[in-house]
Design a protein around this ligand. Sequence first.
Ligand SMILES: *[C@@H]1O[C@H](CO)[C@@H](O)[C@H](O)[C@H]1NC(C)=O
Ligand SMILES: [Ca+2]
Ligand SMILES: [Ca+2]
Length: 673
Amino acid sequence: MMQTWLLVSLLLSLSWAQRSEPMFRAMTKMVLPPDYENNPTQLNYGLAVTDVDGDGDLEVLVAGYNGPNLVLKYDNSREVLYNIAVDNKSSPFYALRDRQGNAIAVAACDIDGDGREEIYFLNTNNAFSGLATYSDKLFKFRNGRFEDLLSDDINVRRGVANRMAGRSVACLDRMGTGRYSIYIANYASGKVGAHALIEMDEAASDLSAGIIALSDVAEQAGVNKLTGGRGVVVGPIVSQVQSDIFCDNEYGPNFLFKNNGDGTFTDIAGQAGVDDPYQHGRGVALADFNRDGKTDIVYGNWNGPHRLFLQTSANRKLRFKDIATQKFAMPSPVRTVIVADFDNDQELEVFFNNIAYRGSSANRIFRVSRRDHADPLIEELNVGEAAEADGRGTGAAVTDFDGDGKLDLIVSHGESVAQPLSIYKVNQGSSNNWLRVIPRTRFGSFARGAKVVIYTKKSGPHTRIIDGGSGYLCEMEPVAHFGLGKDSVTTVEVRWPDGSSVARPLVASEMNSVLEIPYPQTEGKEQPAEIECGQGFAADEKGLCTDKDECTEFPSVCSGDRLVCINTFGGYKCRPNKRCGHGFEPNEDGTACVDIEVCSLGLSECSQSEGSFSCQCNSGYWLSSSGECADVDECQEQSGVCEQACHSDHDSFHCHCQAGYSLGADRKTCLLA
Ligand SMILES: *[C@@H]1O[C@H](CO)[C@@H](O)[C@H](O)[C@H]1NC(C)=O
Ligand SMILES: [Ca+2]
Ligand SMILES: [Ca+2]
């Protein structure tokens, strides 16, 4: 009886999803027909999107496991993708093939600040965990070709090459300098194989002589943890602009590394409710699904419940809340997870890439639609020809190859059966508006970790994070892709990991185009542009759109039996007044009394029981007589820490230099500019 019911409900749900128009159509035969050179039938894994050949167009990097790595470039006249990393020793891309590597993950970012992205391949060989027999490779374009920095003499002497079996790899601008570190989610065996963080050691390097010395700074940064590493995302998750890191791990809790503001990290996954200790994470992505300006996290668990964690801050307490429906959460052998607006209707979709494993397992797609006074609506769509029920999916990425403003999907396969890559185009939404935004670093490279917000005529702000990682074993394109339906954009705002920002109006002729946003070289000198922020928002003194606090601006906006005003992102709510006893306060709806949250996140290690609490403050804070963690004035406490001026703010201190000086690499001394 039970089984019949299950079957009936499964059929119902399938037919419902299939009734909607199919999202994807297969284009592999036209765009990338399987052949030995361009799309070999081999075991592939991760994908990354970057400009490999430096011509301004994006290519797709493919981590080849039992064959070469590939670099797929789009030829506009022939309308095909082809591999430029050809089997010819005089090709500038030859070294990238690295057949011996058994690569599974790949990511690209500018580690030395020359404006061009380096490429990191994570090679596991046949090792599942712990030590591998062949090291990872970090390729830089120099001497007219790509060469491996990790095998330079200086780096061999420094013993910096990662020789561990890892999984995902991601890029992190931990200090906001525009020079990136490589985050490596190793898979530990006992005490061997902690997560690694490789970056340029500026003091030991001599860029004018072409010497790039690398170091593993994972211990110093506080991320050298032992776990079964899987997916990694990088961007402002709980921080406003600085890059945080989320890792969904296997056989252990996830990590949510909050950036302490100085390039070191504190794991707050447990406090934030995203540690998920009994599940085994895979693909992961960042998005703001409910458009409240806070970054949400979506990820798949291997044959476990998939999660859609909305970031909330009810009663000032930062928590993530899982809003996955039963259908969305349904366990599957999931690999990459992608969030994007495929049909440009301005709502986000979540694509699950499943690997056929002990039987068929189709890929799936869900639309997550924002609602005004409720959590987003999650509905399954018809994935169409991208179902690949028997595909051994191992990775996937999106970009817009052909420049038509709609995302194209590329899926890799491998693990247990050699299969070629497949390419899909989106059937729907051709008449919808779109905008693609590419922020650049101060060096002119892709600003991975930046946050891009557009303000629109009708639908309020939309936020994208240029993720330094994402998917599983993958790294998405360094582009903020916005679908807009019939709406249009009034203002574009970019916030870089160092806190600098640009906001500028969008003119009508810039709709449906790719917008490059350079790093602001003249910050503070230019007058902020006149911008239109839309209802509920206003430009602040820095020329950025910020949420209006209606409750302060219009003190009597709430009345009657809903007297209490609660400011929200882009609006406000009125709720009934409620009296609560000592140690308690009303919840956000005023329907119940909850503990007063004093041990707020990031400030303290806290044990709180009903109506009482005890706090131990984190470094940088001290326990005040009222029992709250308050700012330590570090400039006072450690007088002389800065060579010239010192300024302390809520969680750290910053040194400043007088005119004519600039801050040194240690961020404390001042150098004559
Ligand atoms: C290899 O590449 C070089 C330089 O691009 C070219 O001149 C040569 O003909 C190529 N060799 C083969 C066998 O294709
Ligand atoms: Ca290119
Ligand atoms: Ca570079």
